[in-house]
Design a protein around this ligand. Sequence first.
Ligand code: ZN
Length: 653
Amino acid sequence: MDENQLKSSAKRKVFYITTPIYYVNDVPHIGHAYTTIIADAVSRHKKLAGLEVYFLTGTDEHGQKIEKAAAEKNLSPIELANQVVGRFKQLWQDLLIDYNFFIRTTADFHEKGVQAIFQQLKEKGDIYKGIYRGWYCVSCENFLTEDIPLDEDGLKTCPDCGKKATQVAEECYFFRLSAYQEKLLAFYQQNPHFVRPQSRMNEVVSFVRQGLKDLSITRTTVKWGIPVPNDPAHTIYVWFDALHNYLTGIGYGWNSSLFHKFWPADIHLIGKDILRFHAIFWPAFLMAAGLPLPKIVYSHGWWLKDETKMSKSKGNVLDPRIILEDFGPDPLRYFLLREVPIGLDGNFSHEGFLHRVNSDLANDLGNLVHRTLTMIQNYFQGKMEQPAPENESDRHLREAFNQTKTKAIAFYDELAINRALEEIWSYINQVNKYLADNEPWKMARQAEARPRLARILYQTGCALRGIALLIYPVMPASAEKIWQMLGEKTALSKLTYDQFQFETWLPEEAISPPVPLFPRVRLEDFLKEKASPTPATKKITKEAKMSTISFEEFMKMDLRVGEILSVEKVEGTRKLYKIQVSLGEETKQMVSGIAEEYQPQDLIGKKVVVVANLKPAVIRGIESQTMLLAADVNGRAVIPFFVEDVPAGAKVR
Ligand SMILES: [Zn+2]
């Protein structure tokens, strides 16, 4: 954050953060969870920093896709929306998401707010009626987006169903986006950090420089939407409707003092796929309405599925519920925020997840808390005695905490949450080393060493309190647990960073024996449980989550015969190979989790079936451009090879 922004947020003493509103034709998955967990961590951090926070999330409920999805389920659109909203709210509760308000675009006050702004811009001349010419898919009843290119026949193909679209013209309302091109460029110039990370800002600027066309913002073909005021044959199209949730969710049109207190938003947190809507259209709408613009649009990366057997055969492994069932919210929150800097893509693998949970949480932190509290229990019956004065190593531990606190807070402020956690973990390791160096267990039987023993355990207890404070934004449940185990009576959530002092730990009563903080799960057990065909019911419910696909959808997969050219182990992993595979005309690289089942010599020269048009992903820093097919036999990969010789590149269907 630059200096001016820091000053203005310090002056304001309020903080407004939003997630995108999630579309209700989808069930909540790890991507939704990720965005919302970031927003929650930032919001908890800002509260500890003493700010009054408003955290908004919600659902986007209009549009043709919802209408269709509801009809397929024999529901009305609002019934479908209600069901999905229930799932989102349940997940947020389970993930300890402490939002202030859940906005639904079907709420009456939202619809009225959008209509009021529409009317205002229409009167001003920024919205006008014109003719929209576009490509329309008759079977999907949907206009194609502009970015789809013409094919050889001069036609466009619908990306949803694969059928040819027809060119049509219909009357609709336009927003005069072209009039805002120069104003937007001037705004970006004055606010060069409006979009984060910086690379995304550059993308936005160059897109706007190429020229902006007026934006069609209504449809007559969509019925499930907000009607245009005084012209109800037209409904307001999704983005103009959805983006205004950031205003109506904070009181626009229904609570003016709330609205003026918190608007403009400090951070709109978004996925990179919706950057243009937030960094171009949204500021232009606000300029037109004469409202202040948000401070920051922060675009985070995506979580990709791993290439291991589990995710390959099932569409369900990225369902956060499966992890929540076994681990509860904190390990998932920690993993998602620790593993990858916000802004970059991450690769989710159960191996990576378990490694983090076992090593960082169970070993480093969980053990430290457990050992310390057990010693306090065993040597002092839970009641601290007068400690000896601080020696140099004690002082060092205290000072190191204060430095860690300053750094972690600065990183949290920058949304560099992974770096804040790195700092905190480096301190946790210092505390572990402090205990190892001071060897308190050797003093337990020497009466004259008791004051020194009391100091070591007191100092460690103070450090643990500090650690609880600093991990609270990311792991609120574990932080409160540690805090309470140390005999604190008021909740951490009521505290601020400023109020916390390292040496003010004064447990009034004897503290109770520790309870385990984090489950320790063996990878084999975890994978076995997730992939096991028994008990049958578990398997069936998890696989039942995969929906059927149409023949057209199946035909989108370009399956080919690939000849394996080379195989090498990915360093530092047990399961992964980097494989070069020839598809005849071209060679592709993939990362595949089959190293436990197959030796390189078993693979080289063999022909396998690969998905040739898979979107590339980065796995352990290596670009994986395709994947091979294998059976999942109780978690073990079995590759189908060809009995007869077939040419590399041949189509498989
Ligand atoms: Zn279509």
